[in-house]
Design a protein around this ligand. Structure first.
Ligand code: DGL
Length: 303
């Protein structure tokens, strides 16, 4: 027997490759999903991210679920072509409209933001009375009520569509410089104007009267308005954003699959917008992502 002979076997089990430096794909109708992308970057600082903001077709909220499902298919296919190892639908409306279809279509794992938010709410509530604020499409889909009650059928869910919050968050981005939360915090006289507080009270007072102790911010734009919303519902109501919970899910899935980026991987962040104004995306996006955005490209999808 030739003792120098070596047999190369495919690696399996403990010896299998334990990292994957391909990027994570994240998308939303615009800037809101950057609240999710920044949590992923915080929790998984070695991961590269490809982010797409579909600003040209924002808002998704007033559209039909069928139409938004079509957008999810289009954007998911585009991200898969870019070699992503996992897709995060960082938009509640798009999750409600297209998550299960996307999971059946794409060759990589796809996660949404409704289930993580529902789970966090079900864990947080003590009196089992949970409020949900979201876009019209998300509320009409009933996705949160189903997801929360799937975890605990004894929880009563009260949902309200708050479409003007998307508008207010977008307006906040157009004002001044610096992280957007500085302009939406209670200490800022610049941004929380009486008119916005009036809108917030109109939306949220009925929920407060339902004696909720937990409120799901069921739209990825809404964490940007935490201070405004929290100021109206009061300290006794726990605000739930799915961003952090979704980032934990990403970490979990990648680690289970041995697909986290390697320790020495230098992450890259690539941003794309379908909007006309790439410079606007760069400057507003940086205020949500809280890091300078260098690489921004424009993508056009056939209508
Ligand atoms: N960010 C989207 C969501 O989470 C809402 C914004 C829109 O209406 O496009 O539902």
């Amino acid at each position: 027997m030739d003792t120098n002979e070596t047999t190369i076997e495919p690696l399996e089990g403990a010896d299998a490759p334990r990292f994957d430096n391909a990027p994570i794909g994240v998308f939303d109708s615009g800037f809101g999903g950057l609240t999710v992308a920044r949590e992923i970057a915080k929790e998984l600082p070695r991961e590269s991210i490809v982010y797409l903001g579909d600003s040209a077709r924002c808002p998704y909220g007033p559209r039909s679920l069928d139409e938004v499902d079509g957008f999810v298919q289009q954007i998911g296919a585009w991200l898969v072509e870019r070699g992503v190892k996992l897709v995060v639908i960082a938009c509640n409306t798009a999750t409600a409209a297209g998550l299960s279809h996307a999971q059946r279509t794409f060759p990589v794992p796809v996660i949404g933001v409704v289930e993580p938010g529902a789970r966090a709410a079900a864990h947080a509530t003590k009196n089992r009375r949970v409020g949900v604020i979201a876009t019209k499409a998300t509320v009409e889909s009933d996705a949160y009520t189903k997801a929360i009650r799937h975890l605990d059928a004894g929880i009563t869910v009260f949902s309200t569509a708050t479409p003007r919050f998307v508008e207010i968050a977008e307006q906040g981005l157009r004002m001044a410089e610096g992280p957007i939360e500085d302009f939406t915090s209670l200490v800022s006289t610049v941004y929380i104007r009486p008119a916005f507080q009036e809108i917030a009270r109109e939306y949220l007072e009925p929920l407060r009267r339902c004696d909720i102790d937990t409120l799901v911010l069921g739209c990825t734009h809404f964490p940007l308005l935490k201070a405004l919303i929290g100021g109206v519902v009061g300290r006794d109501v726990t605000l739930i954003s799915s961003a952090q919970e979704a980032a934990h899910d990403v970490a979990h899935i990648l680690s289970r699959r041995g697909a986290l980026a390697s320790e020495d991987h230098e992450p890259s962040y690539d941003f794309y917008t379908t909007g006309e104004d790439v410079e606007e995306f760069r400057s507003f996006g940086a205020r949500v992502f809280r890091t300078d955005i260098d690489r921004v490209g424009r993508v056009a999808f056939p209508s």
